[in-house]
Design a protein around this ligand. Structure first.
Ligand code: BJ8
Length: 438
């Protein structure tokens, strides 16, 4: 792929040699992690194709928009309202921060003991190996955690970076503050298109993203709500969640529905990717940006299956939509947007108890067998919050395992051993429950 797009990469100011190294590394693990899985749904072909062209065709598409004066915005957080960018017919995408590859370059500027997601994303800019970062008019960072907000100051020296102030509490005064941040974001987008967004454009942007989220909700139900059948692996489910941050939203929606049609057939025919006895695991915690597939791969090659991710690359991203009914003005739409975004239950908020209730509800609805609490190393918000969450899960008699990790492969053996022991005890409990008819 790389050679075909060399000219484009040159124009984006990328380090072509280093980028080739990155792609070669990815192309080595992708077949192993994804293509070798047994019994994959046929409609996964589209998502494999998207991955194969993620630094190719999709970049061509977004650059076409740029030539037409449409905004291209890179983000790191689901708090940045993509509806506004899509309303302006631009592209809003999550910037990768899931690879070890870029971390050594980031560590020349950043401390070693901060979250790998931030180091990885910053390192891609230092290396000039991410065509999304290179294409963007600007990056929109936020203040959700200490490491992020200070890194944006450094990133701004390399690429135009705006910072959105995310409140840390959900009182009325914080909501007002956040509202003004969203209006500022809208103004930044309007600067790129050199005019104000109309009511119809904003409404259309919201509707496009609402439809995308509805498709993802449908996929989520099919993945997890049928205790006897798991029609798609957790790895493929995660991959689709990751792709949702890059692909054209309308095409993605259509393709997710096509996949869901196939999964419905599979459920009808009881065509599962795992046996009925396989422990069904929910993963909760910090986001897994591509190509962070480590935990899913470990679990699914150790006898478990993952049926849902309670994370921002997952359920937290698509669980709520924006209600546009009877909205008559731009301010109405902005208010509805605010309402929806304030439902995000990220650990950067204090208190954040609604997250705990949501996890328990999700676990029960899915009749899951256990939960893995996943936290990236040095993520203080999710790490500290794990105490409250785990205490409560244990009080509910829900089996839970906490894993803290980064992107290196050094701890794979150790995690595998812990996951193995966890799955064994969960399996035992599952068998005992089925014997008792629970
Ligand atoms: S809404 S989860 S995407 S902030 S970068 S907090 S892992 S130490 S990503 Fe997040 Fe928005 Fe919240 Fe979601 Fe921890 Fe790392 Fe910080 Fe992180």
């Amino acid at each position: 792929m790389s050679e075909k797009y060399t000219q484009m990469y040159k124009e984006l100011g990328m380090d072509i040699e280093k980028h080739n190294e990155l792609l070669n590394a990815l192309m080595q693990i992708y077949p192993e992690f994804f293509l070798k899985q047994d019994n994959r749904p046929k409609e996964m072909e589209y998502f494999d194709y998207v991955m194969s062209e993620i630094h190719g065709k999709r970049i061509e598409e977004i650059l076409k928009k740029k030539k037409q004066g449409k905004p291209l915005v890179g983000t790191f957080c689901i708090f940045v309202p993509e509806e506004i960018v899509v309303g302006a017919d631009g592209a809003c995408y999550g910037l990768c921060g899931g690879a070890d590859f870029s971390i050594p370059d980031a560590e020349r500027d950043l401390p070693r003991n901060i979250c790998p997601l931030i180091k990885s994303a910053y390192g891609f800019k230092v290396q000039r190996t991410c065509p999304y970062t290179q294409s963007s008019d600007f990056i929109y960072g936020e203040t959700s955690c200490e490491a992020k907000k200070k890194t944006w100051e450094l990133l701004n020296e390399l690429h135009p970076t705006h910072v959105m102030h995310i409140p840390q509490m959900k009182r009325e005064k914080e909501k007002e503050l956040w509202k003004s941040e969203v209006y500022d974001f809208k103004k930044h987008i309007e600067k790129v298109i050199d005019r104000e967004l109309t009511f119809e454009e904003l409404k259309k942007g919201i509707e496009i993203i609402n439809k995308k989220r509805e498709a993802m909700q449908r996929l989520d139900r099919l993945r997890g709500m049928y205790p006897d059948v798991v029609p798609i692996s957790g790895k493929d489910g995660l991959l689709i969640n990751q792709i949702s941050f890059y692909d054209d939203p309308e095409r993605f929606t259509k393709k997710v529905h096509e996949l869901c049609d196939e999964l419905e057939e599979r459920i009808k025919d009881k065509k599962s990717v795992v046996s009925k006895e396989t422990p069904r695991i929910m993963v909760i915690g910090t986001p897994m940006a591509p190509p962070n597939w480590k935990l899913h791969h470990i679990v699914e090659t150790t006898g478990g299956v993952i049926i849902n991710e309670e994370a921002c690359i997952g359920h937290r991203y698509y669980k709520d939509n924006i209600d546009v009914e009877n909205a008559k003005t731009i301010d109405d739409l902005m208010d509805r947007m605010l309402e929806r975004y304030m439902k995000i239950d990220c650990a950067c908020f204090t208190p954040n108890d609604e997250r705990i209730e949501k996890i328990i509800q999700m676990y029960k609805e899915r009749k899951a067998d256990g939960i893995i609490y996943y936290s990236l190393s040095f993520c203080h918000t999710y790490n500290v919050e794990s105490k409250k969450v785990i205490d409560r899960l244990q009080a509910e008699n829900i089996p839970v395992l906490k894993i803290e990790s980064d992107y290196s492969m050094e701890d794979v053996g150790q995690i595998k051993t812990r996951v193995e022991a966890f799955l064994e005890s969960v399996s035992f409990r599952k068998q005992a429950n089925s014997f008792k008819g629970i």
